[in-house]
Design a protein around this ligand. Structure first.
Ligand code: TYM
Length: 332
């Protein structure tokens, strides 16, 4: 069975709707036909400053949301990145076949480092995409379900895999990105031309999975739309409405056209009320389940320990082969 791998950074108290619709929801579906590994990218999180107490907590909260959203730890492997040291070990080797200029061209790095300035930007942030490549390649992954913002990192991953294979002999599976066209980019509710992101300027455009229903409904109802009145899907002319329709469609598994038909002749306000209901109906069971899981952190930790054990078996095999191929003297 094809191996699927993906992860989210535990750098907020809750995942947001972009993570859920763009990534997590697709992961859930992929469990039936694939051998899936879903991990929590705590090592990626510390590329920007994190409070230690928050990070521990957010790692568990993220794990709880995976399960609450439908990841089944019996069928899929769930693990914490830092529990499998082979990620970092492979990242080092990959760092040494990555061009400085190649890494400097990563647009996410350019954006984030421009915001932070040279002195606040860490070398960890610079080499972040290489660690991401290691996450993927260490498990010989075939498919990587992500949102549009990760496309360039996946391209780098493929280049590094091919480069290593050419230089040292066939070693890595070259992975394919799996980016769902419709939901690849969920936009900020206040700025429907910018992606929904935990680091947005205003909090009002961000829907958090674990926020109270009232708060989320209020944000949806004050989403920015346009001056017109017609509800139709048009990314260029009506980015706000298009975003609301995309979210509606994703949360209900109904085609956009069907929703447009349902709201024909109605006002934007109606669509927003309907969307708020749909979102909260979907989030309510997730919130309840996540809370139950967080009430028993020991059980959550056991699930993650089992996942790390399974992950290490695969990762250790890859790493041993890599070390041998680059000419590291095997330890006796
Ligand atoms: P992160 O934590 O920023 O986001 C997690 C996932 O959510 C997707 N996403 C979105 N999708 C649609 N619309 C949005 N507004 C939106 N915002 C976020 C992201 O594309 C991603 O799939 N580098 C990764 C974590 C990572 C990873 C990996 C992923 C580390 N190693 C290996 C896959 C494979 C990241 O920062 O995601």
């Amino acid at each position: 069975r094809p191996r699927v791998l993906s992860g989210v950074q535990p750098s907020a108290d809750s995942l947001h709707l972009g993570n859920y619709v763009g990534a997590l929801r697709n992961w859930v579906r992929m469990q039936d036909e694939n051998d899936c590994i879903f991990f929590i990218a705590d090592m990626h999180s510390i590329t920007v400053p994190q409070g230690p107490a928050e990070l521990v907590n957010r790692t568990r909260v993220t794990a709880a949301q995976y399960i609450a959203a439908g990841i089944d730890p019996e069928r899929s492997t769930m693990l914490v990145q830092s529990h499998v040291p082979e990620h970092a070990q492979l990242a080092w080797v990959l760092n040494c076949i990555t061009g400085y200029g190649e890494a400097a061209r990563m647009t996410q790095f350019k954006d984030k480092s421009a915001k932070q300035g040279n002195d606040a930007t860490t070398v960890g942030l610079f080499t972040y995409p290489v660690l991401m490549a290691a996450d993927i390649l260490v498990y010989q992954s075939n498919l990587v379900p992500v949102g549009e913002d990760q496309r360039q990192h996946l391209e780098l991953t493929r280049n590094l895999a091919q480069r290593f294979n050419t230089r040292f002999g066939e070693t890595f599976t070259v992975p394919e990105p799996k980016i769902m066209r419709e939901t690849a980019k969920i936009y900020d509710l206040q700025r429907p031309t910018a992606k929904m992101s935990k680091s947005a300027d205003s909090d009002n455009g961000l829907i958090r999975l674990l926020d109270p229903a009232k708060k989320n409904a209020k944000k949806i109802k004050s989403a920015v739309t346009d001056d017109g009145t017609e509800i139709r899907f048009d990314r260029d002319e009506k980015p706000g409405i298009a975003n609301l329709l995309t979210i509606y469609s994703a949360m209900t598994d109904r085609p956009v056209a069907e929703i447009v038909a349902e709201y024909e002749g109605k006002m934007y306000g109606h669509l927003k009320v309907g969307l708020a209901e749909v979102v909260n109906e979907a989030l309510d069971p997730i919130q309840k389940r996540a809370q139950e899981l967080l009430d028993d952190p020991a059980e959550l930790d056991r699930i993650l320990a089992r996942g790390a054990e399974k992950g290490r078996e695969i990762a250790a095999t890859t790493l041993a082969e890599v070390h041998e191929k680059v000419g590291f003297l095997p330890p006796q």
